[in-house]
Design a protein around this ligand. Structure first.
Ligand code: FES
Length: 104
């Protein structure tokens, strides 16, 4: 599944993500800058905050309570905010675009 990360400067980086894996792991394994993922994907650090493109947001599944609560600690939470470690890669996400925040 091909997904694209766009940083604040507008640089787009397209990577391949394994179905069943997460958006955070795809970023980490491909050295995407702007994703810190301190807790390693436990929904405990909020340093994998991304903004999912409108078109794909409904396809990313429901947000858990932990994720919702943690996102409140991030700077610049928006309706497109998700924790990348909680977004499971599915074939429907082919072409997904995720923007990374200024800071984690
Ligand atoms: Fe820590 Fe996602 S990696 S919350």
């Amino acid at each position: 599944v091909s997904v694209t990360f766009i940083d604040r400067a507008g640089t787009a980086r397209q990577v391949q993500a394994e179905p069943g894996s997460t958006l955070m792991l795809a970023a980490r394994d491909n050295g995407i800058p702007g994703i810190v993922a301190e807790c390693g994907g436990m929904a405990a650090c909020a340093t994998c905050h991304v903004y999912i493109d409108d078109r794909y947001l409904p396809l990313t599944g429901a947000m858990g309570d932990d994720e919702d609560a943690l996102l409140d600690f991030t700077d610049e939470r928006t309706p497109n905010s998700r924790l990348a470690c909680q977004v499971v890669i599915t074939p429907q996400l082919e072409g997904l675009i995720a923007r990374t925040p200024e800071e984690q």
